[in-house]
Design a protein around this ligand. Structure first.
Ligand SMILES: Nc1ncnc2c1ncn2[C@@H]1O[C@H](COP(=O)(O)OP(=O)(O)O)[C@@H](O)[C@H]1O
Ligand SMILES: [Mg+2]
Length: 373
């Protein structure tokens, strides 16, 4: 898959901007707050239909406008593919493929695959569990678009169950046991679907991430990754067995849940444990070592998507290349070569290897306008 062009209308700080991608590597240079990350966010939305920065579409639409639009033309198996996302300040987004409206997210997902690596990704190591759950979810919606429906269903059940717990707490009575039982079942069923898929994904990422981590860190450190749900289960257990373990855990937490008025068991509370030499990664080593780990995780993501999809995803490097030392830049370069279409943002070209610069197409971005360098 190759992203040939992107057209943004009333998206973030872009009023009307088309960009043609003519090289395997594109570098976008600009000062802070000019629209570099916004551009990569638009590309990444085509792949995940989720923004890594905001959850409401209205934040993506240009201030003062009512509709924003992201259109793209890709080359896929040598035939052009036109994608369009229309975002609204009020109301739902609409999606189209080759000018035909598609009503379900799952029909749109899977057309574009992308790996976004931004400075926010240091949160994978240093931040809370949500960053790590989102990381897995962003990969899963691309690899198994049905996952976006499963996630939506789970969130719906969770909202309703939380509402019941909250109302009961506010009126100081225990929630209706029959109703609660019903929600527990639904939470266990739909939560298990999420937990199993995330856990399977982690299993597939482990060897690739370990390989990259080894190679970048020089082989002296042992990286371990485990998916950590709120209850124990074994990977190979059938879903019914996992649901039972889930339900049992809900039972043990029921008093605390009533007290807190919220659901405490489920994939919305799960985490991914990252350890290096048996020490939690956030406590281990320097910022440089943590960056190495994040780079290994991102390369694992790229390689896994490539092996599942059969072609490399787009790589979006948001202001992170300059933060890597030359050796790590080289590692990254070596891993992606010219096979991976890469869009890179930076505030200055100074820290780039000449090798990168020579083969790249360079744009300047200023206040929502993209110009050829
Ligand atoms: N919905 C919006 N409408 C108009 N401008 C926006 C919107 N969202 C963000 N911006 C503007 O976009 C700019 C930030 O762009 P960003 O791509 O994050 O910058 P950078 O070039 O530093 O990566 C800020 O000036 C911000 O005010
Ligand atoms: Mg930025």
């Amino acid at each position: 898959m190759y992203l040939k062009s992107l057209h943004l209308k009333h998206f973030r700080n872009y009023s009307d901007q088309a960009v043609e991608f003519t090289a395997a590597k594109t570098i976008i240079v600009g000062n802070n707050a000019q629209g570099k990350s916004n551009l990569l966010e638009a590309v990444s939305l085509l792949a995940t239909l989720r923004s890594h920065r905001v959850s409401r579409d209205r934040d993506l639409v240009q201030d003062g406008a009512s509709i924003g639009e992201i259109s793209a033309v890709c080359d896929r198996h040598a035939s052009p593919l036109e994608l369009k996302i229309r975002l609204r300040h009020e109301g739902r987004r609409t999606l189209a493929i080759n000018s035909v409206t598609v009503s379900r997210h799952l029909d749109f997902l899977g057309q574009v695959h992308a790996v976004l690596f931004s400075s926010l990704d240091l949160d994978l190591v240093r931040g809370g569990p949500e960053a790590r759950r989102n990381w897995l979810d962003d990969i899963l919606v691309q690899l198994e678009p049905i996952y976006s429906n499963l996630l939506q269903q789970f969130n719906q059940v969770l909202r309703q169950r939380n509402a019941l717990l909250k109302t009961a707490r506010q009126s100081s009575i225990a929630p209706n046991p029959e109703q609660m039982l019903l929600w527990n079942m639904q939470l266990a069923v739909s939560g298990t679907r999420i937990t199993r898929r995330r856990s399977r994904l982690v299993q597939r990422l482990i060897p690739i991430a370990q390989h990259w981590h080894n190679s970048i860190s020089g082989g002296s450190e042992l990286l371990e990754i485990t998916y950590a749900p709120r209850f124990d289960f074994i990977e190979t257990d059938p879903p019914e067995a996992i649901q039972l373990a889930f339900l049992a855990q809900i039972q043990t937490k029921s008093i605390v849940e009533q007290h807190q008025g919220t659901s405490l068991v489920g994939p919305h509370r799960d985490d991914v444990n990252l350890t290096i030499n048996q020490t939690p990664a956030r406590e281990y080593g320097s910022q440089g070592q943590q960056r190495t780990l994040v780079l290994a995780l991102k390369l694992a993501e790229l390689e896994l998507i490539e092996s599942v999809v059969g072609e490399p995803p787009l790589l979006l490097l948001d202001d992170v290349l300059a933060e890597l030392d030359l050796q790590r830049q080289d590692q990254l370069l070596g891993a992606i070569e010219d096979r991976v279409q890469t869009i890179i943002t930076t505030t200055h070209l100074g820290s780039f290897d000449a090798h990168w610069l020579n083969s790249a197409q360079v744009f300047q971005v200023k206040n929502g306008t993209v110009l050829k360098d």
